[in-house]
Ligand binder design. Structure first.
Ligand code: NAI
Ligand code: MG
Length: 504
């Protein structure tokens, strides 16, 4: 690869996120170097809180994909030859660099995605270091089995990497989702080409640069660009041997079909419409706070696991809805980089229009009430910002689009219920099956629901976000396969080879 002049990105952590965004402009990351798109094309990266362009991103196409995949394929041979523990140790070493740069990454992600620094961006940046630390410790766990076969025949399985992994990520938690794909893929001995989301290409690009201080050139590579033009060729590339995708159900189907053509494995983390079920015997205050966390209004509801359907047992229904609205009212919407801010902005004008459309439809529905909470920010600098007041809807019919479809915005629908069977049926009456939570002090009910809810993750009396060591992934239209955890690395980033040795 030609030795091109590299952009002046700072070595030390920087708190000037605007200058960092400008410095990262116009580049992919291939073979341990920043490189422009072969076509020379770029597209604007916009701060959703102000509408201003903060950087230009390289607009990747099939030629860039080919360059990145070839580099990754060449690097994979040497990377896979390193002892697994050594690969793990290098991945773990990344955690220290990421921790050192955590505040910088948090500020940049807040600038580019509109997610509030205190409530969201800082949390995401912290989790990323933890994911690298976790997987870095698992290098010696890539074990196979010995299989009893016949006397004088040693029969064993060994786990081997798949080769080049193509990873396509969305914009809602790009650092976290990139880490959940890249860290296990690397420890398993693969190399990776990531396609970032067009709305959030910058922070993940900085992440690449930081990882590149520890990991060998070509082990991971990143392209920015649009879905069909850049993501499409990545999935289709002959040398990509595995695809892992997080995003919409619609694109998940496209990716899955393209992977099927090549007969390669694919992991899909798609949307959700996660129910939260509240029984009257719950700890009321804890559960209201649990609903606040579960709804992810601090991320403007842009979370696949957000509790977007809340079912409350009738005796506490009115009190619960009122307490919820009061708590959301107290949340501060404003400049994502301001420490006082709880709620930032929607990511893009397209998503903004989509969420507004749902809210308007809900408000027009006969018998339904939509309560707008929190005050819009008053700061003149934010007047073009993509702020939407969180809405809590009651009285919607079950067939409403607001009840059935993923909104990916600060909108929750709440229903009363009278008996457990009825609420279980309603909760499972969804195309999705990503996550669910149940809130009760009745152990029998909690366990019954934990088993009967159709979801990849069910929590009782809590609703925590993804943890590195817990397997994560949905059923039904919410996806295929698992992420996070040791098993996800073994099952989705490696294959098992059987070896038999006859020593008769
Ligand atoms: P999307 O599914 O279009 O985008 C996700 C990623 O896929 C991006 O990197 C995009 O460039 C890429 N992509 C798009 N078309 C592609 C194609 N033909 N081939 C390969 N890659 C392609 O999601 P979008 O448009 O950002 O959001 C739409 C809806 O999807 C949201 O409203 C939300 O409901 C859902 N979503 C769910 C997410 C989750 O975490 N499960 C994350 C983001 C969106
Ligand atoms: Mg899309």
């Amino acid at each position: 690869m030609l030795d091109r002049p590299q952009p002046a990105t700072p070595q030390e952590p920087t708190m000037d996120e605007r200058a960092l965004a400008r410095a990262l402009s116009g580049h992919h990351y291939i073979g341990g170097r920043f490189v422009p798109a072969r076509s020379g094309k770029t597209f604007a990266v916009v701060n959703p809180a102000t509408g201003e362009t903060i950087a230009e991103a390289a607009e990747g196409d099939a030629a860039d994909v080919d360059a990145a995949v070839e580099v990754a394929a060449a690097a994979q041979k040497d990377w896979a030859k390193l002892p697994a523990r050594k690969r793990g140790a290098l991945v773990a070493q990344c955690a220290a660099v990421l921790t050192q740069h955590s505040e910088e990454l948090a500020r940049l992600i807040a600038l580019e995605t509109g997610k509030a620094l205190r409530t969201e961006s800082r949390v995401e940046a912290g989790v990323v270091a933890d994911i690298f630390a976790f997987y870095g410790g698992l290098g010696s766990e890539l074990k196979g089995e010995s299989v009893p076969f016949a006397p004088d025949v040693l029969s064993v399985t060994v786990r081997e990497p798949l080769g080049v992994v193509g990873a396509i990520i969305p914009w809602n938690v790009p650092l976290l989702l990139m880490a959940l794909k890249v860290a296990p893929a690397l420890v398993a001995g693969n190399t990776v080409v990531v396609k970032s989301a067009e709305e959030a290409p910058l922070t993940v690009l900085r992440l690449c640069e930081l990882l590149g201080r520890v990991l060998p050139a070509g082990a991971f590579n990143m392209l920015s660009g649009f879905g069909p033009e850049c993501g499409g060729p990545l999935v289709a590339h002959r040398k990509v041997r595995k695809v892992t995708f997080t995003g919409s159900v619609e694109v998940g189907r496209i990716v899955s079909k393209a992977a099927a053509e090549k007969l390669i494995p694919v992991t899909l983390e798609l949307g959700g419409k996660s129910p939260m079920i509240v029984f009257a015997d719950c700890d009321f205050e804890k559960t209201v706070m649990g609903a606040i966390t579960s709804m992810r209004f601090t991320r403007q509801g842009q979370s696949c696991t957000a509790a977007s359907r809340i079912y409350v047992e009738r005796p506490i229904y009115d009190r619960f809805v009122a307490a919820l609205a009061e708590k959301v009212d107290a949340m501060v919407m404003g400049d994502p980089l301001d420490e006082k801010t709880d709620i930032g902005t929607i990511i893009s004008p397209d998503q903004f229009a989509k969420v507004q459309g749902f809210i308007e439809e809900g408000l027009k529905t006969k018998g339904a009430t939509g309560r707008a909470c929190s005050a819009m920010p008053k700061d003149a600098a934010l007047k073009k910002g993509l702020f939407i007041q969180p809405h809590i809807f009651t009285g919607l019919p079950n067939d409403s689009r607001l009840v059935q479809e993923e909104i990916f915005g600060p909108v929750t629908v709440v229903f009363p219920f009278d008996n457990p069977d009825e609420v279980l049926a309603a909760a499972n009456d969804s195309d999705y099956g990503l996550a669910a939570s149940v809130w009760t002090n009745n152990l029998k009910i909690g366990l019954k629901f934990a088993h009967a809810l159709e979801a990849g993750l069910v929590q009782v009396n809590q609703n925590l976000v993804v943890q590195a060591n817990l397997s994560y992934g949905g059923v039904k239209s919410s996806g295929l396969g698992k992420e996070a955890s040791l098993e996800a690395m073994l099952e989705h980033f490696m294959h098992k080879k059987t070896i038999m040795v006859n020593y008769q």
